[in-house]
Design a protein around this ligand. Structure first.
Ligand code: FEO
Length: 169
């Protein structure tokens, strides 16, 4: 495998674990407000990010490449309002999409069609994650600004359940 592609795939393991940490930190913020549904939503989001990290790890291993784990950064965002984590999540997912696109670009340059095929799942996943993040913002703005509306939204997010990723390596 091309060295740059291999390095970026290895770095993405760390980025996905960082995403998990970031979402856990959001879950902690909501839990402190007793918004247990939002806390549940982001706890499950963190589990999905951990899954993403393990998929990048497994892909490198399946290709006989060395995996190196790096330190995970401290989530350093501070939230003042219920809306703030939602905005931060949408911004973060757009950043992750850029990272995935960048690996895809390097794989394409290297004619690494196998890695492009692997990344296709993440390209689709990022569309879904951006869409979900945007929808949480717009639904909060529409319904979440009064106590009853926020209560109902929180109840709905309490119903989110973890599902394993559809990609199996
Ligand atoms: Fe692993 Fe939220 O992207």
């Amino acid at each position: 495998m091309n060295d740059t592609v291999a390095r970026l795939l290895n770095e993405q393991i760390n980025k996905e674990f960082y995403s998990a940490y970031l979402y856990l930190d959001m879950a902690i913020y909501y839990d402190a407000l007793d918004l247990d549904g939002y806390a549940n939503y982001y706890t499950i989001q963190a589990q999905e990010e951990r899954d993403h990290a393990l998929l990048f790890m497994k892909y490198l291993q399946n290709n006989g490449l060395k995996v190196t784990l790096d330190a995970i950064g401290k989530p350093d965002k501070t939230y003042e309002t219920v809306l703030d984590p939602l905005l931060a999540a949408a911004e973060h997912e757009r950043y992750v999409t850029e990272l995935i696109n960048n690996i895809y670009h390097e794989a394409h340059q290297a004619k690494d069609y196998r890695t492009m095929k692997f990344l296709d799942w993440f390209v689709d996943e990022q569309m879904e994650e951006e869409d979900n993040a945007d929808s949480m913002i717009s639904r909060y703005k529409l319904f979440g600004q009064d106590a009853k509306g926020l209560y109902l939204l929180d109840q709905e997010y309490a119903g989110r359940v973890y599902t394993a990723p559809s990609l199996v390596l």
